[in-house]
Design a protein around this ligand. Structure first.
Ligand code: WT7
Length: 651
């Protein structure tokens, strides 16, 4: 039994939206044409996109050079990402965008800032000049450890302008994590802030930088944005305030003419071992991938106000808060703080006040909102919304339906987008004008993307069976390697199957060939010889009316190999206990089958999550197995959850 069994059966289908079939950036005819071209020749498809959607200083000579597992796209081409995001919107027929909002920013305390394309261009040039004056040269790495403020986007674009690869370290990481990442990338300069606002309080960042830098001998300069105004120690000769540095900097800086394969950024992501992987992305292919996907999937128009709630510290923020959105000349909204401050309706308030039209968020956030209650979104006018998206994890059909009904008012298409830090941009996704959606499915590969589901021995599995999600052909946004570790790059992604990318997710395709992502393959349990995705059981449990959130893990069991343990957070006002546990077991048995019934159900008021909102299953596995000592907890958001979980009653 090498195929992962998928037992969930979702029957609902939502037709591609009529309003979109007429006016979408990609209409039905184009989608059909691009699918055909992408299937026959991904190179020709992507070359067409690179010509349509990206501006080049010098055209490329060869579309793809593929020496597995190393790809080069648009070889010989020269371009600049910041030119594509800024300058080209100030020239020729686009010149009217000069005074159009590029970034609409809202701080957590409610302060706001709007930067037009013209202003953003000047700020980026100024900061690019500051970087140059600080000794940063083409190819030097710059670490960014900042809150969600406009200066973070400015710093990104300034690095891109001079060809200095950035390495953004999420502001929620510790000093130790920052130090490791600075040293691994060999960064020369750090940009940070005194702090940012979280849950109504200033949250300091600079002390963590000072602590990290005790172990980073190569850092000669730190540039600090004054955001919160809290007392901040500055080391003379090393630390500079951003506002002082830019004050006398010129607002003109020519964009560097960079090779298509010039490194654009490194972004660290966790793997199965402890050491994070520095995922490397380059210039021409990445920009083509994110620009084309943003245009087609989010249907970006000049009239849109687009909001992706991800932090720029993650790949979603790089690709779809900054690069892919600004390259399209669209307005991107950035919000600094927590979704529930000062009240549970903050997101809906932002959407109403700014007239957000396209909204992209994570299933974990959606489930939180389901739990908080419908009255919060219902208290706001959300009629400006026309398109919704999700990313980051499989969305359970019930959360999808809630998003569709309560946020989308049953009129907005939902794009459930599957991709990874490694893929650079979206890979599997609906297209609003041309793909019918099914709650919980990311649907079909983007044109030009050759994704499939393979068995252990490298054979495509027949729908509806499950297996390993693979990408069979190179794509432009693909990672070019793991920084400083080509061996790990080969081993992690290219050793299971030759010349085929292993995504690390389990998936299955249904009879319409739609993809259903079942989560990481290390989260797959083997129960009495049957493999079951933890996600499927979770999805079933969460579909129960009395459940807000759930996480399912396996624990060793003498009889069945693995037994299923479900951690469950009931909805507010619901009494946890034996009665509910029995109800849930019966419910799971009905939804999936008796084999998927959890052996243990443990009720808890909160689940352990990383700061990015991912449930830490590793910790839950340890707790489920009754271990006294749990593994590494450095990325855990709230430590007290652990104690409460250990005490959680077992039924
Ligand atoms: C992993 C990548 C790239 C966006 C943020 C996460 C899971 C992502 C989906 C989706 C089901 C999804 C996968 C993937 N994932 N999007 N729409 N449906 N699963 O980036 O941290 O690199 O994580 O997130 O497991 O491998 P990341």
């Amino acid at each position: 039994m090498d195929q992962i069994e998928s037992l969930l059966k979702e029957k609902r289908v939502f037709k591609a939206n009529r309003d979109f079939t007429k006016n979408a950036n990609w209409n039905r005819k184009q989608i059909a044409e691009y699918r055909k071209l992408g299937a026959k020749s991904p190179e020709r498809f992507w070359a067409k996109m690179a010509r349509n959607d990206v501006s080049w200083f010098t055209p490329w000579k060869k579309t793809l050079q593929w020496k597995p597992p190393f790809a080069k796209w648009f070889v010989g081409g020269k371009l600049n990402v910041s030119y594509n995001c800024l300058d080209r919107h100030l020239e020729g027929e686009n010149a009217w965008r000069r005074n159009k909002a590029a970034i609409v920013w809202e701080g957590e305390p409610g302060d706001t800032r709007v930067l037009t394309f013209g202003e953003l261009h000047r700020e980026v040039c100024r900061f690019a000049n500051v970087l140059k004056e600080s000794g940063v040269r083409k190819g030097d790495r710059v670490a960014l450890y900042m809150p969600m403020i406009p200066e973070l986007a400015i710093a990104l674009l300034a690095c891109a302008r001079i060809g200095a690869p950035h390495s953004v370290v999420f502001g929620g990481f510790s000093a130790e994590a920052l130090r490791d990442r600075i040293n691994d990338a060999g960064a020369k300069l750090v940009v940070t802030a005194d702090g940012g606002f979280r849950r109504g309080e200033p949250h300091a960042l600079k002390p963590a930088v000072d602590e990290a830098l005790e172990g980073c001998p190569d850092i000669e300069r730190v540039i600090v944005v004054k955001r919160t105004g809290q007392a901040t120690a500055m080391k003379s000769g090393r630390d500079l305030w951003w506002h002082d540095a830019v004050q006398n900097a010129s607002a003109k800086c020519a964009p560097a003419r960079l090779d298509s394969e010039h490194p654009l950024f490194i972004l660290y992501t966790s793997g199965t071992t402890g050491k994070p992987k520095g995922i490397l992305h380059t210039t021409g292919g990445y920009l083509t991938h994110v620009t084309t996907t943003a245009k087609a999937i989010f249907d970006l128009k000049d009239s849109d106000t687009y909001w992706c709630t991800a932090d720029i510290g993650w790949i979603t923020g790089h690709s779809y808060v900054v690069y892919g959105i600004l390259a399209n000349g669209a307005t991107t909204l950035m919000y600094e703080g927590t979704p529930t401050h000062p009240g549970p309706d903050r997101f809906w308030d932002i959407i109403e006040r700014w007239g957000v039209t396209v909204f992209y968020t994570a299933p974990t956030a959606i489930r939180t909102f389901v739990r908080l209650g419908d009255e919060h979104p219902k208290g706001h006018d959300l009629s400006s919304l026309r398109l919704l998206g999700t990313v980051g994890e499989p969305i359970n059909p019930e959360a999808w339906m809630w998003y569709h009904r309560v946020i989308g008012g049953r009129r907005c298409p939902i794009v459930d987008t599957w991709w990874q830090t490694e893929t650079g941009g979206i890979m599997i996704t609906p297209l609003p004008a041309g793909v019918d959606t099914k709650p919980g499915s990311a649907t079909l590969p983007f044109p030009g993307v050759h994704a499939d589901v393979w068995s252990e021995d490298g054979q495509p599995v027949k729908p509806p069976n499950g297996g390993f999600l693979v990408i069979e052909k190179p794509w432009p946004g693909m990672l070019r390697g793991i920084w400083g570790d080509p061996k790990r790059f080969r081993e992690t992604y290219w050793s299971k199957y030759r010349e085929t990318y292993l995504a690390g997710d389990g998936a299955h395709r249904d009879s319409d060939r739609y993809f259903w992502i079942m989560g990481r393959i290390d989260d797959v349990m083997n129960i009495s010889g049957h493999r079951i995705g933890t996600m499927e059981v979770e999805s079933a449990i969460v579909a129960h009316a009395k459940v807000a959130e759930s996480a399912v893990v396996g624990r060793p069991d003498e009889l069945t190999g693995t037994a299923i343990v479900a951690f469950v957070t009931p909805k507010g006002g619901v009494a946890a206990g034996d009665g509910l546990a029995q109800e849930l077991r019966a419910h799971v048995a009905k939804q999936i089958g008796p084999i998927a019934k959890p052996a243990d159900i443990r009720f808890t008021d909160a689940l352990p999550k990383t700061r990015s909102g991912k449930i830490m299953r590793r910790l839950l596995r340890d707790i489920a197995a009754g271990k006294e000592e749990v593994g590494d907890t450095t990325t855990l958001e709230d430590y007290s959850v652990l104690t409460r979980l250990r005490e959680s009653q077992e039924t």
